[in-house]
Design a protein around this ligand. Structure first.
Ligand code: PXG
Length: 454
């Protein structure tokens, strides 16, 4: 049998593996980190180092690593029925059961589910679904989807068009036609001179202005993350989403909540829509749906949309070979059953959620932090040179990168988004582990400050 050590793996990786969202020369200069195993809130690399994974993988391992029940159900399902599709009038048990489970967990009225394999393809589905919804009622021109700058909705052509990341649009000639973007509700950097309430209303009313300028008969849907994740954990003012609800209702614009990060307990309730008060017609779900144990996503939509599609939609000419994959559905179902039966969200509400947020707030007092913000199991620490003036160290996000690298050396994984250090630990993190996380971050900030000042 071939023996792999870290050096050999790095060498093969260097030659053959083209990574997602990676600057390859930068990665090679440091040496790829090879992760070999994980348990609870910890991951381990090929040199035997342990890290507290304060990112839950990529915002997804909500239930924590190492749940044997999920491995077991995957094995059983592979033996029973490893694959069958849901095209052309067939179905299988795990997909049917999971669709029922999602109807019971999601907010009232959202009872129909379309399955995919990733958050990105789910958002592609939404683009086609909402346009089809309006077209089959005789409104083909009602096809514009409004999103926000600095939003993240995935990497496919439609997903990255919906997203508002300019660096992504620059690669590949995006966005595609009939996607428009309004400004984001990022109070810390963009709300100068306003109260959060004034700012929340102003940013929400950009949607109303766009609808009126473009014509309500042109705007099909608005899509937004309840809290922007990959944009830097941007938490809107309290009145933002209620105002978006009002505007969407008034002009009959479908409201799509991209819950890929915010779903499944991340914000302290089952869905971010509940925490932030969003009356969504459509939800995008992925990540926490299976806690990352299997690639699976879901678009959950309202009875109203379902009724129209049933009566007027004919065949929806859309689907993926792995839509409703039985193994992925079985694992997701088990993951949700565990979350429900072990009351993971309720326990966190009682025991750890406020504690985590109090520690994030405490870290906000560090002289390197301009703003500490958080909600549920999401947090961000915005690094600045001067907390009074909010001045950045530089425009190249050197502070963020420096901090991230020091964090890794200390045995904690955080993500740097520009100069925001973001975190989203597994929901099963204990108070003791939160203390450990706090200590590691504090030490990281101290050393980052030293590094930046010298
Ligand atoms: N919507 C949201 C809100 C997301 O956060 C997607 C859609 C796309 O999901 P898939 O499964 O296609 O990746 C995401 C994914 C980061 C990072 O760097 C965040 C995501 C993915 C990759 C990197 O923070 N979020």
């Amino acid at each position: 049998m071939r023996h792999y050590d870290t050096a050999l793996l790095r060498d093969i990786d260097h030659k053959h593996y083209y990574h997602p969202f990676t600057n390859h020369p930068e990665m090679w200069s440091k040496g790829t980190r090879i992760i070999t195993k994980a348990d609870n809130v910890y991951i381990y690399d090929s040199d035997g180092n342990r890290y507290l994974d304060a990112m839950s993988g990529l915002w997804c391992v909500n239930i924590g690593y190492g749940r044997h029940e999920l491995a077991e159900i995957a094995k059983q399902q592979m033996e029973q029925l490893p694959y069958y599709n849901s095209f052309f009038q067939t179905a299988q048990l795990p997909a049917v059961e999971l669709s029922e489970m999602l109807a019971s967990l999601t907010p009232a009225g959202l009872n129909r589910t379309f399955f995919g394999c990733s958050g990105s393809d789910a958002n592609d589905t939404i683009v086609r679904l909402v346009r089809h919804f309006w077209t089959c009622q005789g409104y083909p021109e009602k096809n514009i989807i409004v999103s926000r700058k600095n939003a993240y909705h995935g990497s496919t052509i439609a997903g990255s068009s919906l997203g508002g990341m300019t660096t992504m649009h620059a690669q590949g000639g995006l966005p595609i036609p009939n996607i428009m973007h309004i400004n984001q509700p990022y109070y810390f950097r963009e709300g100068e001179g306003m109260t959060p309430e004034e700012f929340g209303l102003e940013r929400a009313r950009e949607l109303e202005k766009l609808i009126l300028d473009t014509g309500p008969d042109r705007v099909a849907a608005f899509i937004g993350e309840p809290i922007q994740g990959a944009g830097g954990v941007i938490i809107p003012p309290d009145n933002y989403w209620p105002e978006i609800n009002r505007i969407c209702k008034k002009y009959d614009v479908l409201l799509c909540a991209d819950e890929v990060i915010c779903g499944f307990g991340r914000t302290g309730n089952w869905f971010g829509s509940q925490t932030l008060g969003i009356d969504a017609d459509v939800l995008t779900l992925a990540k926490g749906l299976s806690s990352g144990y299997q690639p699976i996503s879901a678009v959950v939509f309202s009875e109203r949309i379902g009724d129209v599609l049933d009566k007027k939609g004919g065949e929806f000419t859309h689907g993926y070979t792995y839509s409703g994959h039985p193994v992925a559905c079985a694992v997701a179902l088990k993951n949700l059953q565990i979350m429900r039966d072990e009351k993971i969200i309720e326990n966190a509400q009682q025991n750890t959620l406020d504690y985590l947020q109090s520690k994030i707030a405490l870290l906000g007092k560090h002289p390197l932090i301009g703003e500490a913000r958080g909600c549920g199991f999401l947090g961000a620490l915005e690094l600045v040179k001067d907390p009074q003036t909010k001045e950045k160290y530089d425009e190249n996000a050197t502070a963020g990168k420096t901090c991230r690298d020091i964090a890794i050396k200390h045995g904690i994984v955080m993500r740097a988004i520009g100069d925001s250090m973001v975190m989203c630990p597994p929901l099963i993190i204990t108070r003791e582990q939160i203390d450990e996380m706090y200590g590691l971050i504090l030490e990281t900030l101290n050393q980052t400050q030293d590094a930046l000042n010298h």
